[in-house]
Design a binder for this molecule. Structure first.
Ligand code: HEC
Ligand code: HEC
Length: 343
């Protein structure tokens, strides 16, 4: 109802949009970005609505290494457009070459997610963005330190004023700008989306068969469901559970024994471009991932009941990998690093 009205562009939705913006936010000067084919309209948070000014500021902050303690690491170091907004490594490397123990997920299609991080410890994207800036092994700064640095850069004072109405630079505003930018990083219009929209030759016969394996024989969609191929829920597949000191995952957030070794179900969009796989980057290829599911994961005290030996044929496995390749789409490729940063 609301959508069809908005598309029609009558007076009513115009008032609705304006009232959504809230008093402190200057009104948006242009329309919100259109989602590529296959995605649903992004629901922008009421307390951080879309404005092109925030996107412009957020893009600069996202790519600016001056947000890190030694000026060497930006968000894009680990979520690099070149690798579909991941870093192409099993685990990430932060300032002074320090390695973490988890793989950097893509920031594509984050607008459709609920909680953030592999263990869901950040309830919103805004909360998430503040994490790495102050993480000693990622960007290694402090929120106060970042704000002090930004205040010294006249160009940023101007941009914060344009985006927020005053030149008050706070970590919350920086996070709001970064996340507004992030919510415009999207992937849709993949062969899968075009096939679904009726273009029957968009997927190869192998990909069509793989889609069927995904839905029926392997039931991958019991977790990877909906337009973004995730239920936004958590599961234990046993990845890394056989190590001497396994990552306990969501257990650190809830302290519920049922959450031991449980991780968030990630999106499968752009999956062919975001190797290596799983929270610890332990599986190198999509073939490895399919083999992992086929054998029924790694046995452990908390293995999800839906994870069991699948007995796929070699053809099924090939088709399933082909299908996962049909989820490589477009949208995010338009986003490039800024040529220069504010002085
Ligand atoms: C040193 C590498 C590194 C840097 C720098 C970094 N990240 Fe990350 N990012 C990661 C890793 C690793 C994870 C997963 C950590 C976890 O789940 O515990 C992550 C998780 C995320 C997530 C959650 C994605 C999801 O699917 O749950 C988002 C969003 C994100 N980062 C955005 C950012 C932003 C914005 C910045 C800059 C302010 C940033 N990152 C800086 C490595 C990095
Ligand atoms: C019980 C829920 C569940 C089912 C069923 C499931 N997955 Fe997953 N999937 C997950 C979770 C949770 C992760 C992350 C696990 C981790 O890192 O420990 C994941 C990770 C992945 C990854 C790696 C993503 C990345 O960014 O690293 C791929 C690829 C994948 N699944 C494909 C599939 C396929 C193909 C199937 C069907 C054969 C399937 N999944 C079935 C929950 C599920």
């Amino acid at each position: 109802m609301f959508l069809s009205k908005a598309v029609a562009g009558g007076a009513l939705p115009a008032i609705f949009f304006l009232s959504c913006l809230g008093a402190a936010q200057p009104p948006a000067k242009s329309a919100r970005p259109r989602e590529p084919l296959g995605l649903v309209p992004v629901v922008w948070p009421r307390d951080n609505p879309y404005t092109p000014q925030k996107v412009a500021l957020g893009r600069l902050l996202y790519f600016d290494p001056r947000l890190s303690a030694d000026g060497t690491v930006s968000c894009a170091t680990c979520h690099n457009p070149k690798y579909a907004f991941t870093d192409g490594a099993a685990v990430s490397t932060g300032i002074r070459g320090q390695k973490g123990n988890r793989s950097a997920p893509t920031v594509i299609n984050r607008a459709y997610s609920l909680a953030q991080f592999w263990d869901g410890r950040a309830p919103t994207l805004e909360e998430q963005a503040k994490g790495p800036m102050a993480n000693p092994i990622e960007m290694g700064s402090t929120h106060i330190g970042i704000v002090e640095n930004l205040k010294k850069i006249q160009g940023y004072r101007t941009l914060f004023t344009t985006a927020f109405g005053t030149d008050d630079i706070t970590i919350d505003r920086a996070a709001q700008a970064i996340t507004t930018f992030e919510r415009t990083i999207m992937s849709g219009n993949s062969p899968y989306d075009r096939y679904r929209a009726g273009q029957k030759t968009a997927m190869t016969p192998s990909q069509v068969r793989g889609n069927d394996v995904f839905l029926n024989k392997a039931k991958c969609d019991s977790c990877h469901e909906g337009v973004n191929f995730t239920s936004n829920m958590y599961a234990n597949l046993g990845v890394g559970a056989d190590r001497p000191d396994p990552d306990v995952g969501r257990y650190t957030v809830t302290h519920d024994p049922k959450d031991w070794g449980v991780f968030k179900t990630p999106t499968l969009r752009e999956i062919a471009r975001t190797a290596p796989y799983m929270h610890d980057g332990s599986l190198k290829t999509l073939e490895d991932v399919v083999e992992y599911y086929d054998k029924g994961g790694t046995p452990n005290r908390n293995l999800d009941q839906r994870i069991k030996a699948l007995h796929l044929t070699d053809q099924d496995k090939k088709d399933l990998v082909a299908f996962l390749n049909a989820l490589s789409g477009e949208g995010w490729q338009k986003i490039a690093a800024p040529e220069k940063f504010p002085e």
